[in-house]
Design a protein around this ligand. Structure first.
Ligand SMILES: Nc1ncnc2c1ncn2[C@@H]1O[C@H](COP(=O)(O)OP(=O)(O)O)[C@@H](O)[C@H]1O
Ligand SMILES: [Mg+2]
Length: 257
């Protein structure tokens, strides 16, 4: 974003693109800047690793005296966040169609998903601890589906903790050849009357911020891959989600169907 700010300030760019068209489309230069910022926002949506969402958040902090600017950037950020949710869901969906069983080291997938979420970790100052087994067995499973499981569980853990919260991810070999992954947070915890519903589709306590699909999808995937998931939680202290995946799914045909 900084690179293209020659004569206009970032605030001008943002004010510009939300103006009525008749006023806005004054010159080629202006049109060009509009295209550039739309392009950058698209990039932010498509590739969060470009760090553009983070740049937008940082920029919005610098303009704290311009309330209009804050209002506009926060509306852009909301849209980006909505688009991001949709892309997550679409990615999960396309992966679900295209199931591929291959050798997988879950530690690699954990690092991949954390990479994907690095901006959340950074900006919310979450303390992530990895306790990954150095001798973790390779399992036969579906890479995209495991990404989806970890993305859902980590997104929930991050949502549950306050700023400076702590999330711990542990991987371990099981005696029977499979792998166990434990995701613990020191967040809000889950009340006993809520915990029985959390794996139900569309159950959410997050109002308009949640879809209530994460855990039900996660549960479905783990079952399909021949594993299991459990939860242990204490209100006000935190939650632990533990899932296990076998060395090999037993019934490959059931998975294809
Ligand atoms: N780590 C967690 N800490 C506290 N509550 C959680 C955690 N994970 C899940 N939950 C509860 O389970 C509900 C369902 O989760 P999920 O299916 O992922 O839907 P969503 O995240 O969209 O609400 C959440 O709304 C929340 O109440
Ligand atoms: Mg969720």
């Amino acid at each position: 974003v900084i690179i293209v700010s020659s004569t206009f300030s970032i605030a001008d760019y943002v004010l510009f693109i939300v103006q009525p068209r008749s006023v806005a489309l004054k010159s080629w230069h202006a049109l060009k800047t509009e295209m550039i910022i739309i392009f950058l926002i698209s990039l932010a949506i498509i590739n969060e690793k470009a760090g553009l969402m983070g740049d937008l958040i940082e920029l919005s902090k610098d303009f704290d005296r311009k309330s209009k600017f804050i209002e506009l950037t926060s509306s852009i950020l909301n849209s980006v966040s909505r688009c991001r949710k949709i892309t997550h869901r679409l990615l999960g969906f396309s992966k679900r169609i295209d199931i591929k069983i291959e050798p997988i080291n879950i530690n690699h997938v954990i690092n991949e998903v954390l990479d994907f979420l690095e901006k959340d970790v950074l900006y919310r100052k979450i303390d992530v601890t990895l306790i990954l087994s150095g001798s973790l067995v390779t399992i036969e499973s579906d890479h995209g589906q495991i990404q989806q499981i970890l993305l859902n569980l980590l997104t929930n853990a991050f949502a549950a903790v306050e700023e400076f919260g702590a999330v711990e991810i542990e991987s371990k070999n099981m005696d029977n050849g499979g792998v166990r992954v434990k995701i613990s947070d020191n967040g809000c915890g889950i009340p006993p009357d809520v915990i029985k519903n959390i794996f139900d589709p569309f159950f959410s306590t997050k109002k308009e911020k949640g879809t209530g699909l994460g855990l039900s999808i996660t549960y479905g995937i783990i079952k399909k891959l021949g594993g299991k998931i459990s939860v242990d939680s204490k209100l006000g202290e935190g939650s632990v989600f533990t899932f296990e995946l076998p060395e090999k799914p037993n019934d490959l045909e059931a998975i294809d169907g």
